[in-house]
Design a protein around this ligand. Structure first.
Ligand code: PGA
Length: 241
């Protein structure tokens, strides 16, 4: 059985004070799902020190362990802070910072070498979606980004770029079909037993009215949530859905 995992991606929002208040409330929720928060890097240490049930993660990591990369975050530091996971390959990083699947794969390997769970994001743009290229794009992303990993310990997040922050969610049917296709691809890259253990999240305008159907789908094992993870009441509704 795959344990559902809901991760709030705060992006470049939420300060230290508000973040700690949010976390305190979130810690009170009893749930059979795994719950995580990806916060801005300077918050990681304090968030981690105050988290007992909630997983705390970074929103990015550099693919090298250390060196002259001004402004970047090393996996060694994340390990020292006992960070639980890191989101890699988010579409905002792919779009604004030219991240590609080769780099994402290196990041995943660095994370796994340090026992930090990679949350690997994939997803097609609106143009690719409209021209019927979704499967081709996703298969390629998965093939490169998920190569030679301890795949069962990774989480994959399918996030159609056109659904992120737009209020347009993929229909449950589309989301399920693509998540199922991702699992099929993983079973070719690895084997079906391993692929069946991988948790695949959906992300893109997840909210309290669509989460239930998404989570009821056989191949969707959780959600990566942006906007609806910024208010504690909204986020709790998603966890309790
Ligand atoms: P959204 O963001 O829920 O605001 O669409 C999702 C994400 O970027 O992970």
């Amino acid at each position: 059985m795959r344990k559902p995992i809901i991760i709030g991606n705060w992006k470049m929002n939420m300060g230290l004070k508000d973040g700690l208040i949010f976390l305190k409330e979130l810690e009170q929720v009893t749930t059979n799902k795994e719950v995580g928060i990806a916060c801005q890097a300077p918050l990681l240490e304090r968030m981690k020190a105050n988290a007992h049930n909630v997983l705390i993660g970074a929103q990015n990591v550099h693919e090298e362990t250390k060196g002259a990369y001004t402004g970047e975050i090393s996996v060694e530091l994340l390990k020292e802070l006992n960070v639980d996971f890191a989101i890699i390959g988010h579409s905002e990083r792919r779009t604004y910072y030219n991240e590609n699947d080769e780099k994402i794969n290196l990041k995943a390997k660095q994370l796994q070498a340090n026992n930090i769970m990679p949350v690997i994001c994939v997803g097609e743009t609106l143009e690719q979606f409209e021209s019927g290229k979704t499967l081709e794009v996703i298969n390629k992303q998965v093939e490169v980004a998920c190569k030679d990993l301890d795949i069962e310990k990774c989480v994959i997040a399918y996030e159609p770029v056109w659904a992120i922050g737009t209020g347009k969610t993929a229909t449950t049917e589309i989301a399920q079909n693509i998540c199922s296709a991702i699992r099929e691809k993983l079973s070719k890259l690895y084997n079906s037993e391993q692929a069946n253990k991988v948790r695949i999240q959906y992300g893109g305008s997840v909210n309290e009215s669509n989460i239930k159907d998404l989570l009821d789908s056989p191949d969707i094992d959780g959600a990566l949530v942006g906007g609806a993870s910024l208010k504690i009441a909204d986020f709790i509704k998603l966890i309790e859905a």
